[in-house]
Design a protein around this ligand. Sequence first.
Ligand code: BES
Ligand code: MN
Ligand code: ZN
Length: 499
Amino acid sequence: MTTYQLRATNPAKTRVDALVVGVVKHEDGPRVAAGGEAVEKAWGRKFRPLLASLGVTGKAGEVHKIPTNGTISSSLLVLVGLGEDTDQVAVRRGAGVAARSVPNAASVALALPAESPELVRAVTEGFRLGGYTFTTYKQSSDSSAPGTVTVLSDAARKSEVSDAFEAAQVLADAVATTRDWVNTPPGDLRPPAFAEAVEEAAHAVGKGRGRTKVKVTVHDEKSLAELGCGGILGVGAGSDAPPRLVELSYAPKNAEAHLALVGKGVTFDSGGLSIKPAQGMHDMKSDMAGAAAVVQATLAIAALQLPVQVSTFVPMAENMVSGSATRPGDVLRMYGGKTVEVLNTDAEGRLILADALVRATEAKPDVILDVATLTGHMVLALGDRVGGVMGADDVVAGVLAAAEVAGESHWAMPLPESMTERVRASKIADLLQHDWNRMGGGLYAGAFLQEFTEGMPWAHLDIAGPSFHSGSPYGHVTVGGTGFAVTTVVEYARSLASA
Ligand code: BES
Ligand code: MN
Ligand code: ZN
């Protein structure tokens, strides 16, 4: 376990194994970023020539390690390139890179730009998440997290700054647990196990007098049949691990708004009878990333005791192939009564979300957000670092504004009327799940979900691309589950409270 502390001490006099300082790229050469001035001063006139001979440029992602030989109190100076800016995005990225460059230091101090609450948050989240590892299934790991991490900020004594530091730890923990759940092998996180993990996590928050807890209800397959959740049951029909619908409720007395969250929890997506190609199928363990994100966002909102009521609906199913699996051509009756003609069992996410969205409308929230690894089309459109957001204009705008504060990249996509026409074109049921026209497939999925929102204020976040990272780590984003959307959803809730 790593302990984080916030201090206003002089970085040159901070006694740690490694001290991290930022370097900004500038046309006249590299410059030490805010927070590191005292280190440059302690080094004196030899500092700039040293940077020059090491080839330090300040380019984002660059790392140089310099033994200090007593020049400053830390044994090692780690210079991290921030690029041309020192905004929260650059600082979060730099702190993430720093975390991976000190794999075995027992104590680390971060003297990065941290004069505002936003920057303290970026330093703290960036370091915690950039150093994230998933070692549950390894017999031994070759790096060890530091025992103490000290975030240095001249403004450490301001309450906004220490609040931001505390909140950053809550958020980083929520993102890290989301990553853990996504990274867990799919055989170990089938719907019943996932539901239990959510229950356990929910019971752990809100402990303490006068704090609002999170209530949990788990609907099992019997209860789902009684409710008439034909989408969740239909997708889960091919698996011998039965589906679940988990509902969370956080209802503080001082709530100023009511937010409903829905997250896609397909614990493994083989495609069902419309089976996926073998190559890459293993990554479909991440098809519950939306569910993990909304659960962890809910628990973070509760841990921060934000004055917003949150009702969260998490459908969980394993999309498998068997004699009992749903067939292309089947018609499912969703919760609330709408019927859907299934043409492709690999377009399963929209089916489980339909039931959950209707449940969400019944809670009569002010606004609904759903988060889902819904379509490969969105990955083709926006790549693997940007999420697509569709729905009511003002809700979409609110999500984009929240994403800006959270330091995530989301992009607005349209829901054209012509998509709704395609969705309503079934000859035998109320709605058509899929139509084999690949054009605008991500928007078709959004238009399909819209049919289950009863015209309420709603936005759909398709995170199929950014929720899972297969390349090498960058900034605070590590390999595997990324925890994408957690911080944006929490920030969106915060914006409802202050609206
Ligand atoms: N879970 C996938 C979407 C996905 C793709 C997530 C790539 C992450 C990375 C979803 O269930 C799916 O299979 N979608 C199909 C929909 C199609 C059949 C309309 C797709 O995108 O191909
Ligand atoms: Mn699928
Ligand atoms: Zn899927």
